[in-house]
Design a protein around this ligand. Structure first.
Ligand code: SF4
Ligand code: SF4
Length: 757
């Protein structure tokens, strides 16, 4: 814990008519022994040398900077070995201030409510430091070797990228040969300028390059039997034809690719029923092997026929199940309407949609190949949405001008045999009329299903099981937050690239491989230094367990979104700090308050809550509202709102939390006992389109809130006094109204019955 701190005020960043010297005097009076140095500077950024001198002269071990948000000037005020905290007096106090009636503060001296708010924030900052210790990190040795799982196009690129940095690589490939699906394609889509011509993939050369690289070891016809340990020091057990072998690796690139969507889903489009109807994957293989002799080909990218049939079948199956066994078909409370066993088909068919941009480019590539092969070829590309990403737009335009290729938007309403030919019926076309085309072959998109959708390809020896969790959330794709952290899976140290991450074209796969390779190296380096890799990059803190009080209730081990905690046979948690993302979800879960971080703990936030001065008279002095704001989205949104001159109720006090998942119910009790009239939990969206950086944090918080509501109910306190609201980082224009709306609801409810007790 900090024992002696200096408190510094940055006058230029405060303003608002606040008497900064009076604030400083208040700190000296209240915290004199703990804060022997309290100074006001007109421009604090110029005073870093002075602060350093104070640290040395006074033996300070903490520095509190009162001025702008910690999100600005973040590179200032860093003193080695000293804890530094920032008090956000500019954005979330002065700029956010308005009078309770909504009017702006008058010019001149700051109103009383603003002064009270500033005092609360400064006192919270002081006590935050008082309850905080400098984290030391939990470094591991850091094996500089990366396991690349899958030796296809993406895996080959990833291996070469890793080897370029001097790290060793172990490739484990399930099949006997390297190259994956690319072995079956006749030509590649353009991989470089001018982006108009198909070109050789160069696969053989790439494989030769990998094989001749001394830093790369290859295991073919092999799989991973087990991955244990943590980033920097994983042990991978490789199952080979000759038995099992173990290798130490620091991180993993997951490039196991995809498998085609089961053919049954394409039956409504004639696949498996009509000769001549094949998937793009099969058609490419036929071309490559010289077995394709059709001059008239239709590429049907509109898959509505298959999708509608799947939906109809699912609805019929649900209906039949309901008739046969009503209780089994009825959704459980809180579940979606569609029973789980019917969902499978609906989710699988989505893979056709996910594959859209790949299917479009594949159709262009194969259409060009048909025209290259036969003079007078007639190729039709019939699409609902033609998705061609990035520079491949040029490839699309080039194909548009090619004689023999005809493209149109169309609803494909039927595919049927017509004599020796296949007839494709089209409606709502760009030509302004409905028409049929007669062709020799029909090519359907290949739905890209990630290999992780069904099998546990990594075989984690983790307490939470061998697979990636919650695969149904993204239909098998492994992302943990695709918006902010591409490559990241829900297992730290394992980075997905290529089509196991999302359907993508070959050029995108190569780029993705480089990204995941660098991420893997970054992870090993971070583990070696004992810091978090992301989202809290560089964070030295990690959860520390006071096992004396642990009741082995297993909540922490079950709720950790990243499988960072194993346990022993009794259920005592076994932390793996290098797997940990430092979200605090475990400590939010722990009923015994066993878990803490050096610089973020239950007592610390509880003490901050207790530092707020809550007036006894609700009617004349107004309510007090505690906002626990997720520091990833909600807190920055508040800063941005204030910077845009948006303001909110002066009765609110904001405390940033690492994630709403880290909110422990005791903080709500602390706030209620203190006399706060309402608690607002402000965090990210949850559910299928979640934005939570820690995947589950805000969802878990919402579940816990229900328990909190029950407790409040039992105590005779309205559960509506605690609300969780969702905000994304770009919703800064909404957040002030959200706060004001909550405050208005609390005002209507009246004071917290515990106030003043
Ligand atoms: S819940 Fe979060 S902080 Fe706790 S062990 Fe898991 S990743 Fe780490
Ligand atoms: S939640 Fe707390 S009490 Fe329960 S197992 Fe984890 S550390 Fe122990």
């Amino acid at each position: 814990m900090a024992t002696k701190i200096g408190v510094y005020f940055d006058q230029q960043n405060i303003g608002g008519g606040l008497d900064v010297q009076a604030l400083a005097d208040g700190v000296s009076k209240k915290w004199g022994d703990f804060a022997p140095v309290v100074k006001v500077y007109p421009v604090l950024a110029n005073a870093e040398a002075d602060i350093q001198a104070d640290i040395e002269a006074q033996g300070l071990d903490g520095v509190l900077v009162c001025g702008c948000s910690p999100r600005y000037d973040w590179n200032l005020y860093q003193f080695p070995g000293i804890q530094v905290e920032r008090v956000n007096l500019r954005e979330q106090c002065v700029l956010a201030y308005k009078n309770p009636d909504g009017s702006a503060a008058p010019a001149g001296a700051a109103p009383e409510l603003l002064v009270a708010m500033a005092q609360d924030y400064v006192n919270m900052g002081v006590v935050k430091l008082q309850k905080s210790t400098l984290p030391e990190g939990a470094a591991v040795e850091g094996v500089k070797r990366v396991l690349v799982l899958g030796g296809g196009w993406t895996g080959l690129h990833a291996a070469l990228e890793v080897a370029k940095t001097g790290y060793e690589v172990v490739i484990v490939e399930k099949s006997a040969t390297m190259g994956g699906h690319v072995q079956n394609i006749p030509t590649a889509t353009p991989l470089s300028a001018p982006w108009t011509e198909p070109q050789e993939s160069g696969l053989e050369a790439k494989i030769a390059q990998v094989k001749s690289n001394k830093l790369i070891t290859i295991y073919t016809s092999s799989t991973i039997a087990r991955l244990e340990g943590q980033p920097g020091e994983f042990t991978a057990t490789i199952a080979t034809a000759k038995g099992e072998e173990q290798v130490q690796v620091g991180a993993v690139v997951l490039s196991t690719g995809w498998t085609p969507l089961a053919g049954k889903y394409l039956e409504p489009m004639g696949y498996g029923k009509l000769p001549g109807v094949v998937t793009a994957g099969e058609f490419g293989k036929m071309l490559r092997e010289g077995k394709m002799d059709a001059k008239r080909v239709a590429f049907v990218l509109d898959t509505t026929l298959a999708e509608e049939a799947a939906k109809a079948q699912a609805a019929a199956a649900a209906e039949a199940a309901a008739e046969e066994k009503p209780e089994a078909a009825a959704p459980a409370e809180g579940e979606a309407e569609t029973p789980a066993f019917v969902k499978q088909d609906l989710e699988s068919i989505k893979h056709l949609g996910y594959s859209n941009s790949v299917s479009g480019v594949a159709a262009l590539r194969l259409a060009n190949a048909v025209c290259d092969k036969f003079d007078g070829a007639q190729v039709f590309i019939l699409y609902k949405d033609m998705v061609v990403q990035g520079l491949l737009e040029r490839y699309y335009k080039h194909a548009q001008n090619r004689l023999g290729i005809m493209m149109t938007k169309a609803d494909v309403t039927d595919i049927a045999r017509s004599g020796d030919a296949l007839k494709v019926s089209c409606a709502n076309t760009l030509l302004g009329m409905d028409f049929d085309v007669e062709v020799d072959m029909v090519v359907l998109p290949t739905g890209i299903v990630p290999t992780t959708a069904k099998d546990a390809v990594v075989q984690f020896a983790y307490r939470q099981g061998p697979d990636f969790p919650d695969l149904d959330l993204f239909d098998g794709f492994t992302d943990s937050n695709y918006i902010c952290f591409p490559y990241e899976t829900r297992r730290t140290g394992v980075y997905a690239a290529g089509c196991v991450r999302q359907p993508m074209t070959m050029d995108a796969c190569a780029e993705d491989a480089a990204g995941a390779a660098l991420k893997a190296i970054q992870c090993i380096e971070a583990a070696t230094r004992g810091v978090a890799v992301h989202p809290r990059s560089g964070d030295l803190s990690y959860p520390i367990f006071n096992f004396v009080r642990c009741t082995q209730c297993k909540r922490c081990t079950e709720e950790c979104p990243f499988g960072a905690l194993d346990d022993d046979e009794k259920g005592t948690p076994k932390p793996n700090p290098a797997r940990c993302r430092r979200c605090g979800t475990c400590f939010g879960a722990c009923p015994e308050r066993v878990i803490s971080f050096a610089n973020y703990n239950i007592d610390q936030i509880g003490s901050m809550i207790r530092e707020v001065v809550v007036p006894k008279d609700f009617q004349t002095e107004g309510p007090r509202i505690l906002i626990l704001a997720c520091e990833n989205d909600a807190y920055p949104a508040l800063d941005m709102a204030a910077m845009r001159r948006k303001s909110w109720s002066p009765y609110a006090r904001v405390i940033p939390v690492r994630c709403l998942g880290s909110v422990n119910a005791i903080w709500v009790s602390d706030a209620m006992s203190k006399g706060f009239d309402g608690v607002m939990l402000l965090g990210c969206k949850y559910g299928d389109d979640y934005q939570c950086h820690f995947v589950k944090g805000s969802e878990i918080c919402n579940r816990r809130k229900e328990n909190i509501a029950e407790t409040l109910n039992r105590l005779g306190v309205q559960p509506e006094r605690v609300e969780q609201l969702e905000v994304a980082i770009d919703e800064y224009d909404k957040v002030p109204d959200m706060i004001d709306g909550f405050v208005a609801r609390i005002v209507d409810m009246g004071p917290n019955p515990f106030k003043g007790m």
